[in-house]
Design a protein around this ligand. Structure first.
Ligand SMILES: NC(=O)c1ccc[n+]([C@@H]2O[C@H](COP(=O)([O-])OP(=O)(O)OC[C@H]3O[C@@H](n4cnc5c(N)ncnc54)[C@H](OP(=O)(O)O)[C@@H]3O)[C@@H](O)[C@H]2O)c1
Length: 350
């Protein structure tokens, strides 16, 4: 039984912890909290031990905390860092490296430049094997993970027939539970988005991938608008959709009018945290024109990286083969079942 500590209990940390509790191969030592707020008691009510930074002990005197983050780290085999972007790097330098502890970082960090947390950006579909034996690995962000689920299968199928990919990321403003975050009534343009460069870390630095990004006032997922150019005539939409029929974490939907329809369905079906944990090709929007396929898919911003973290920890902690890790992740996340339910509900109407 391996012991894991989850440092940070926000959108990502709370989800990861919840799924890890269902994993018989893992014990969750506890979670790290930094603000003395109601979420401390939420975590405790869920049966979790809450740890806080040593320097902040006094401010948590009204809460039943279990000890300091520093002491919890001494007990664990691996820490999953779920800190706000940039803090993971500081934690690596101040906590994990001095204690020689293996760590997984989230997509708000970087794998290049002065504040790089790792030389590996993980995407289970593209580079699972490279994570084995590594001590510090970053899980790609939600958009970067989502793009991989489309690009890798396309490359496997069409190889040199592909000429270029142009992607516009329409990013959500905030997560559903981030109620303190105001959603501004504007369309914000992102200069030099990191997502294309991040994808190229696993897809190849010379890949003909061009990414633009804007942020829109919604909490309901990201949407990627992708144009795929081929050397010759582009395949028909049906041929493209067939590639994803058995693809992990990709559902093909025909009748969702918007991203909220998908989220609402997940909520009605009682999916954990109202997440689908996947991307959804909006098949009714796929067109093939001359040498180009135009497609759109939505990306469950909070859910998509959670099974990925689970795959990653199996490579790092247990050195499992891709097949074994995949089967174990599937037994906990039930992705196949969720995909089939989504596809059935949003099936094509004659
Ligand atoms: N939200 C998404 O859709 C999404 C998707 C993919 C990847 N990510 C990435 O996942 C990471 C976490 O994002 P999030 O959305 O979960 O953020 P979040 O909801 O704002 O939660 C951040 C959590 O980190 C805690 N924290 C504060 N300072 C910390 C520190 N120094 N070390 C460790 N934890 C600290 C906070 O504690 P207190 O609340 O107690 O202050 C809070 O529980 C980021 O890198 C983000 O880019 C997010």
């Amino acid at each position: 039984m391996k012991k894991i500590f989850v440092n940070g209990y926000g959108s990502i940390g709370s989800r990861i912890t919840s799924f890890l509790k269902d994993d018989p191969e893992i014990t969750v030592i506890g979670v790290g909290k930094y603000s003395p707020d109601e979420k401390v008691n939420v975590a405790i009510s869920r049966g979790l031990n809450v740890y806080v930074p040593e320097r902040k002990l006094d401010s948590f005197s009204d809460y039943k905390i279990s000890g300091t983050i520093e002491s919890a780290l001494d007990e664990c085999d691996l820490v999953i860092d779920a800190a706000p972007g940039g803090h993971g790097y500081k934690n690596k330098k101040n906590l994990y490296e001095p204690k020689n502890i293996s760590a997984i970082y989230q997509g708000g960090e970087s794998t290049t430049g002065d504040e790089s947390v790792s030389n590996l950006l993980f995407n289970s579909r593209a580079n699972y094997d490279l994570a084995s034996g590594k001590q510090h690995v970053m899980q790609g962000s939600c958009n970067v993970t989502g793009m991989g689920r489309i690009l890798e299968p396309l490359r496997e199928k069409f190889g040199d027939d592909l000429i270029r990919f142009d992607v516009t990321l329409v990013r959500r403003w905030a997560d559903i539970e981030q109620t303190e975050k105001k959603v501004s009534d504007t369309i914000e343009m992102t200069e030099k988005p990191h997502h294309g460069d991040d994808v190229k870390l696993y897809f190849g630095k010379d890949a003909p991938l061009y990414v633009r990004a804007i942020k829109v006032p919604t909490r309901q997922m990201h949407l990627h608008i992708m144009d795929i150019r081929f050397k010759e005539t582009a395949p028909k939409p049906s041929e493209l959709h067939n590639i994803f029929a058995d693809e992990f974490g990709v559902a093909t939907l025909w009748t969702a009018k918007g991203t909220k329809d998908v989220r609402d369905y997940a909520q009605n079906m009682g999916f954990n945290f109202t997440d689908t944990n996947m991307i959804h090709i909006h098949a009714n929007m796929t067109t093939s024109i001359g040498d180009t396929v135009q497609m759109m898919y939505s990306d469950d911003q909070t859910g998509i990286v959670i099974p990925e973290n689970h795959m990653l920890l199996q490579a790092m902690l247990f050195d499992k083969s891709y097949e074994d890790a995949f089967a174990h992740t599937e037994s906990i996340f039930h992705m196949k079942e969720k995909k089939l339910k989504l596809q059935e509900h949003f099936a094509k109407k004659d």
